[in-house]
Design a protein around this ligand. Structure first.
Ligand code: HEC
Length: 244
């Protein structure tokens, strides 16, 4: 009996310590963080798009957490934006931080690739834009029609991608998903130290080769090739650079 009491007490203490360290302390750390002024709550369409993102498993290949230069120098060089901070996720429930990066980080994709046409076409067929892409196509988010009907959002595709004699029309789901993707833009300044562009003099060893603000989108293991696509110039132009 004595042993059982000790066992129960030990278990309770372990659980108590774990709860304090993993639940209570983090909660105390973030509960008073105010949302950044430039961060807008998601619209209804964007919320629906977020659910489509979850339902289609985008989070299994895409993170939403550009990391600190000291921890992952390549993140800034890839044009993924400044390291994210807790306030960036104020309206994210559940959060979609992700743990895998088969594809690029998407926390700032709305700034990097603001073209809805590109986003829709890329969802319909990623390989129309990035030939070596291993991202799945999502044709079931689109409809094929012989001709567009009134109110149809026809997807502008590179030549030869739409089936012959048909037009590709985006469903509500595809449009909502793209609304959500375009809302992913946390490029507003937060703290001076979190700028992706290192201040002169404080440059790290890789700074000479880095091209701040240019989205290559290509990491050796990521194989995005996105910068070689039609959207590349738009990407490069809109990438978060040091606004302080
Ligand atoms: C099996 C892994 C995988 C899944 C699942 C996946 N992607 Fe991707 N995604 C990639 C890869 C790899 C790339 C880079 C090549 C390319 O652009 O197609 C990419 C690129 C992208 C890009 C362009 C990023 C940039 O910086 O140019 C967007 C946007 C994107 N994915 C959105 C999505 C969405 C939305 C979903 C879910 C509907 C999704 N992906 C599901 C692997 C994936």
């Amino acid at each position: 009996m004595e042993n059982e009491a000790k066992l129960a007490a030990g278990a309770a203490v372990s659980l108590g310590i774990a709860t304090a360290a993993l639940v209570v302390l983090p909660y105390l750390q973030v509960r008073d963080i105010a949302p950044p002024a430039q961060l807008k709550p998601y619209t209804e369409a964007q919320q629906r798009g977020r659910q489509i993102y979850i339902a289609n498993g985008c989070v299994y290949c895409h993170s939403q957490q550009p990391r600190d230069r000291g921890f992952a120098p390549a993140d800034a060089e890839r044009g993924w934006g400044r390291p994210s901070v807790p306030a960036d996720y104020t309206y994210d429930s559940p959060h979609l931080l992700g743990t895998m990066r088969t594809g690029p980080d998407l926390l700032n994709i709305g700034a990097r690739q603001p073209s809805a046409d590109w986003q829709l076409g890329h969802l319909y067929q990623p390989r129309a834009y990035v030939p070596e892409s291993n991202m799945p196509a999502y044709p079931f988010l689109f409809r094929l029609r012989p001709t567009a009907l009134d109110g149809d959002r026809v997807v502008v595709l590179p030549p030869g991608i739409a089936p012959r004699g048909q037009v590709v029309v985006a469903t509500r789901e595809a449009l909502d998903l793209v609304e959500y993707l375009l809302s992913l833009d946390r490029t507003y300044p937060i703290l001076p130290g979190l700028d992706p562009e290192p201040a002169a003099g404080s440059a790290g060893p890789d700074a000479s080769t880095a091209v701040p603000g240019v989205a290559t989108g290509v990491a050796p293991e990521v194989e995005t090739g996105a910068a070689r696509t039609a959207g590349a110039s738009a990407q490069a132009a809109r990438v978060p650079t040091g606004r302080s």
